[in-house]
Design a protein around this ligand. Structure first.
Ligand SMILES: Cc1cc2nc3c(=O)[nH]c(=O)nc-3n(C[C@H](O)[C@H](O)[C@H](O)COP(=O)(O)OP(=O)(O)OC[C@H]3O[C@@H](n4cnc5c(N)ncnc54)[C@H](O)[C@@H]3O)c2cc1C
Length: 535
């Protein structure tokens, strides 16, 4: 291990859309900044997830950065919901425009970050033993960036091609004539299955539980729309700013049963036909709190699945029975259900016949042995806290973050953890998420103002007060009450059967509105950060 350390003012970990904006902001503010990134390029989610069919569920122009109108004007999105290659190009364009790559160390996986009280700095170590030291450690490690394989016997035994969607290779992968298995039917699985089914010789989908999916209705952006979009910058900005979760869709300001059945049906039909998350985040305001309302909406979507899938046995397999519409992440689809009408596609329920083993030639369930040329694991991520857990983060007196969060995360406004001074989290637990870039622009600006505040006053240490953490954590838990989404197992409630110990529901997400979150965090700053302790 090299004993030399590189010293900077600010260390950022993660070169996704969050980390590179933080690098830009901190550098603009006059700090020396280094960004450490495990991957070989910028983009984060859009660097790693190059699986077939990978694309936005947010409208492209609502997802790209909005901090600069000039930047907004310079980039022309090709599609209303861009596919991964375009988003990766976009993030590279931003990084190049601002010359950010010169301060990024690629292929650098951070394995440890230890607080050093004596020097009031973080000592950060990479997998290959390089070291950095900085007063401020800013984590931008991603909410969905720690991929998980299923915990099944023999997962390394398969001799054919095997891929995880979140670690998809850069080389071309073809499916023509191949016998392909896809394990997993979450948002990623749905996108992958739809694309692979187009060319695979035979596709077998292994489904543990179905999800409620909604048509994305993507299309190219026509030249005349480009001009309209450019003119709409203020409106897009404003709409994202004001909506509950920063999307262009806003909650419908009525309860489900305020409308007569025919009107309700008409409204749901209209939202089903609109692009993107309309039916999810633009639905009746009581959809996720009133069981009867949720059932009515779920029944409507079940009807759509029955209409679209010809074989009633298969359509019943595709209709979720254990959770209502919108209570788990709703995958957006472009012809997903019709895939099951194809003769080359088979759906296998691994709830009924569990996978017992991955073998050298395929997959063996409790009922059958299957031979495959390729297995694709669309088995997702150890969400929200997973990337933190994979780093040995130690605060005051060597306290491990993983231990501190053993019973669930505790944070102050999702940015700080008591006992981990000068560590500032972006897109960590308990912060506002939604249409994520909108939330991160706010968080990055907030964090940058905090470290500028400290520099101006020659302060070298900031920590959250225990009472502030307790109050915010209680508030987050309170907000989560009554939400049907917190009554089901999903990555959003901290459940991942593929990760040891992640079998107890936790409240990892803030369920309030983004405007309320911003108002609260603005108040913290306006009141001179009285909820934090400085030295
Ligand atoms: C397939 C997919 C589709 C999505 N679609 C949408 C969408 O339509 N709308 C939306 O709002 N959100 C979407 N998301 C969520 C998405 O994660 C966020 O929108 C956003 O990309 C998060 O950006 P980030 O920079 O915070 O994290 P990421 O993009 O995940 O970047 C984190 C980076 O940190 C790096 N990193 C992590 N740990 C370490 C370490 N120890 N050392 C060094 N580097 C490390 C990773 O390599 C990664 O590059 C999607 C997620 C996925 C997986």
């Amino acid at each position: 291990m090299s004993e030399s350390t590189t010293d900077v003012d600010v260390l950022v970990v993660g070169a996704g859309i969050t980390g590179i904006y933080q690098l830009y902001r901190a550098r603009e503010a006059g700090f020396t900044v280094h960004l450490l990134e495990a991957g070989g390029g910028v983009g984060g989610t859009w660097y790693w997830n190059r699986y077939p069919g990978s694309r936005f569920d947010s409208e492209s122009y609502s997802y790209g950065y909005l901090f600069s109108e000039e930047l907004f004007d310079e980039w022309e999105w090709e599609e209303h919901f861009a596919a991964q290659p375009e988003t990766e190009r976009y993030i590279n364009f931003v990084a190049d425009k601002f010359g950010l790559k010169r301060d990024i160390e690629f292929r650098t996986r951070v394995v440890a970050a230890h607080w050093q009280e004596a020097s009031r700095s973080w000592l950060v170590t990479s997998e290959d033993g390089r070291r950095w030291q900085a007063p401020f450690l800013i984590t931008a490690v991603g909410p969905l960036s720690a991929p998980t394989l299923p915990r099944i016997k023999g997962v390394d035994a398969f001799k054919g091609e095997a891929y995880h969607t979140g670690l998809w290779p850069k080389h071309k992968v073809t499916f023509e004539g191949k016998r392909v298995a896809v394990v997993g039917t979450g948002a990623t699985g749905v996108q992958t299955i739809t694309e692979v089914a187009k060319t695979a010789g035979h596709l077998t989908v292994f489904q543990r539980r179905p999800n409620w999916c909604k048509p994305l209705h993507n299309r190219k952006i026509a030249p005349h729309e480009q001009a309209q979009l450019k003119a709409s910058y203020p409106a897009i900005f404003q709409q994202c700013q004001e909506s509950f979760s920063c999307f262009l869709h806003t909650t419908y300001p009525h309860d489900t049963f305020d409308l007569a059945p025919a009107e309700r049906e008409e409204f749901l039909e209209q939202q089903y036909g609109r692009p993107g998350f309309a039916l999810w985040v633009g639905n009746f305001r009581d959809m996720l709190t009133n069981r009867e309302a949720n059932r009515a909406i779920s029944d409507f979507v079940a009807g759509k699945i029955r209409e679209r899938v010809k074989d009633p046995r298969v359509s019943e397999m595709l209709i979720p029975k254990d959770h209502g519409f919108g209570t788990r992440r709703v995958p957006m689809e472009s012809g997903y259900y019709e895939v099951y009408n194809q003769p080359n596609v088979e759906l296998v329920s691994i709830a009924d016949t569990p996978i017992e083993e991955i073998t050298a030639t395929g997959i063996r369930t409790s009922a059958r042995a299957f031979d495959f040329d390729m297995i694709i694991y669309a088995t997702g991520f150890d969400a929200i806290t997973g990337s933190f857990d994979r780093i040995d983060i130690r605060g005051v007196d060597g306290l491990r973050l993983k231990d501190k969060w053993a019973g669930g995360p505790q944070t102050f406004i999702g940015v700080q953890v008591e006992g981990f001074p000068n560590m500032l989290m972006l897109v960590g637990p308990h912060t506002a998420l939604g249409n994520i870039p909108r939330s991160i622009e706010y968080n990055v600006d907030w964090v940058t103002r905090l470290i500028e505040h400290m520099r101006q006053r020659k302060l070298t240490r900031v920590d959250a007060k225990p009472a502030s953490v307790a109050a915010w954590t209680d508030f987050v838990h309170e907000k989560a009450k009554g939400l049907l989404s917190n009554e089901v197992d999903s990555w959003m409630t901290g459940i991942n059967q593929n990760v040891e110990g992640k079998n107890v529901r936790i409240i990892a997400r803030y369920s309030g509105s983004a405007p309320a979150y911003r108002a609260r965090a603005d108040k913290v700053a306006a009141q001179g950060y009285a909820e934090l302790t400085f030295e």
